[in-house]
Unconditional design. Structure first.
Length: 266
């Protein structure tokens, strides 16, 4: 892993959010990469419940100020950054008043997912990619965590297909237990298609439930990690039938095996 560049993208990372399995792994994996001589950058949304003063977030003016077009609307992109104490790891936060100011993550107080999570996903996807472009930091591996990041492989291989910074990047997708029922949005397929992505490539989004988002990510990534113990049989079957490199649970919990997967399988 020496000098390998690994881009970690997740909707949850400790210490900024509660310690879910995803948030813990999104911290532990870059820590392991650093300890094995690699370089990392971590990206996550800047939710309103993150205490900016306590975690010493500050806006990066040279990276902010861009507008991203989301379903024919101009949405300002704000980039903030912080360092995880004692770990030499930088975390970049994608921020926007409309999408991430609310004091919640992806669900409301009743546990239902927000109706605009489809636009938040697209904004987060474009925001991360545009920021990495400004940083001129070409990752060897892009490691995605959870369903909120499931549009990244698609956008990198379609909307950003001609972007040389990512031409040699390999995409790894970690699948966690579902935390919602039903669909993210009935209109997500039209909002993605607005970016001139052919609907034939995103047929899964006609019914954008957890399985569809997972299958879309699997179809467009280069390697898969089963990150949870209790994934249902349909998901596990799809992971294996993809014929792509797969690190299964519980092997995915071992740092040495993860580094080996990065180095030899991807």
């Amino acid at each position: 892993m020496k000098d390998k560049r690994v881009l970690i993208i997740s909707s949850e990372v400790v210490p900024y959010l509660p310690q879910t399995d995803q948030a813990i792994k999104s911290f532990q994996i870059p820590k392991t990469v650093n300890e094995n001589g690699g370089q990392t950058r971590i990206f996550m949304p800047r939710y309103g419940l993150i205490n900016e003063r306590r975690h010493q977030l500050h806006e990066v003016i040279r990276l902010s100020g861009m507008n991203l077009v989301i379903n024919d609307m101009d949405m300002p992109l704000i980039i903030k950054v912080a360092s995880i104490p004692k770990e030499r790891m930088q975390v970049y936060f994608i921020d926007n008043e409309e999408y991430f100011k609310r004091r919640a993550i992806l669900h409301d107080s009743e546990g239902k997912i927000f109706k605009d999570n489809d636009e938040r996903m697209i904004f987060f996807t474009k925001g991360v990619i545009e920021t990495v472009k400004k940083l001129n930091w070409s990752p060897d591996i892009i490691h995605l965590h959870g369903w909120f990041t499931s549009l990244f492989p698609l956008y990198l291989k379609t909307y950003y297909a001609d972007e040389p910074l990512f031409s040699d990047s390999k995409i790894v997708y970690s699948v966690y237990d579902p935390d919602f029922k039903g669909v993210v949005s009935k209109k997500i397929i039209d909002k993605v298609a607005f970016d001139k992505i052919d609907k034939g490539q995103i047929s899964e989004l006609r019914k954008a439930d957890f399985h569809a988002l997972t299958n879309l990510a699997i179809k467009n990534c280069d390697g898969i990690i089963s990150a949870s113990e209790n994934l249902d049989d349909d998901i596990l079957s799809n992971l294996k039938n993809s014929k792509k490199p797969l690190l299964e649970y519980p092997k995915s919990q071992e740092d040495k095996l993860l580094i080996n997967f990065y180095s030899k399988e991807i």
